[in-house]
Ligand binder design. Structure first.
Ligand SMILES: [Zn+2]
Length: 82
């Protein structure tokens, strides 16, 4: 995953841990911290890879369980293409 190039500007992508806020059905707004992703040094474009997607998925799953809610998405594939 190192030294990948940005699609937008051909800048260098570097690994970063980023906090993002997502709006989820039922759950509402959720801030997820330390998501592993690649960020462009030049334009700031962010790329979430498979590990980042899995991390987000797991965190959201935990949050649903914590609140005793039923999530509306069943498979990981649906989450990624959401
Ligand atoms: Zn870029």
């Amino acid at each position: 995953m190192n030294n990948e190039k940005c699609w937008e500007c051909n800048g260098t992508l570097q690994r970063a841990l980023v906090t993002e806020t997502y709006d989820k059905p039922v759950l509402g707004s959720i801030a997820i911290t330390d998501i592993p992703m690649l960020r462009c040094c030049s334009c700031g474009d962010k790329v979430i890879g498979a590990d980042g997607s899995a991390y987000i998925d797991d965190t959201i799953e935990r949050e649903y369980k914590k609140q005793g809610l039923q999530r509306q998405y069943r498979t990981r594939t649906e989450i990624i293409t959401e």
